[in-house]
Design a protein around this ligand. Structure first.
Ligand code: DC
Length: 223
């Protein structure tokens, strides 16, 4: 069967990575979480006390890679070889990442790395600009959204389950702020590509969503 490129874009915390990971597993594709790459750049700046604008001098020192967790089989983000999966999901990185992801030199460095990772197709990549900028020729593009309260609740449950501090209203504000910043930045703002299929998963179970995705995948690969 021919391999295709699958771009999953959409608002923050609407389960893009859960669905992208599951789809990649089912069809045997590589999964790339591009949000984790911007989170790693943010962590690098925080750890080294680098102001966002000064990051330009260090951008070539930031190498993001993914390795599989030997126990769960799930991908773990690595910053210069060190697993930083937990650190990049906390509130501190979450509240600063939009600013870092809006910097043109950060985007261009990460987009170069993403294009290399997807050059042989057979990849499911999730983010904000995959279908519009990184792979405008992707054969299957999905744009995912859900109501902001539902997204905040999901992020809250996720943090609590990991035993991390969480305040619902803080998270809701963070979700709304990130939507605003992601959609209004100058470089590659979040928007639905014209040829993307819209998925509002506010009232869908994970299983329904997985089925829906498999149908889209089967349609595209049969064409
Ligand atoms: O998907 P996420 O919440 O982990 O993304 C973290 C941040 O990175 C979010 O504010 C949007 C930004 N991002 C982006 O600008 N472009 C991408 N391709 C992926 C994420």
């Amino acid at each position: 069967m021919k391999k295709i490129t699958i771009a999953i874009d959409g608002h923050s915390s609407c389960g893009k990575s859960t669905m992208a990971k599951e789809l990649a597993k089912r069809v045997g594709y590589i999964y790339v979480d591009t949000g984790a790459m911007y989170r790693c750049c943010t962590l690098y700046a925080m750890r080294n006390n680098i102001a966002p604008a000064d990051l330009v001098q260090h951008i070539n020192d930031i190498k993001v890679s993914f390795q599989l967790d030997p126990e769960t089989g799930k991908p773990l983000a690595c910053l210069n070889g060190e697993v930083v999966e937990n650190e990049i999901r906390g509130m501190e990185v979450s509240s600063r990442v939009s600013e870092i992801a809006a910097l043109p030199f950060v985007r261009s460095a990460m987009v170069d790395q993403q294009r290399l990772m997807g050059q042989d197709k057979g990849v499911v990549m999730d983010g904000r600009d995959i279908g519009t900028t990184v792979f405008p020729d992707a054969e299957l593009k999905i744009f995912v959204t859900a109501s902001d309260e539902i997204r905040a609740q999901r992020r809250y449950d996720e943090l609590k389950a990991k035993g991390q501090e969480a305040d619902f209203l803080d998270i809701l504000n963070n979700v709304r702020e990130r939507d605003y910043m992601d959609s209004h930045r100058e470089v590659s703002p979040l928007r639905k590509a014209e040829d993307a299929v819209l998925l509002d998963n506010s009232n869908m179970t994970i299983e329904e969503q997985n089925e829906w995705l498999m149908q889209r995948f089967n349609e595209r690969t049969a064409e």
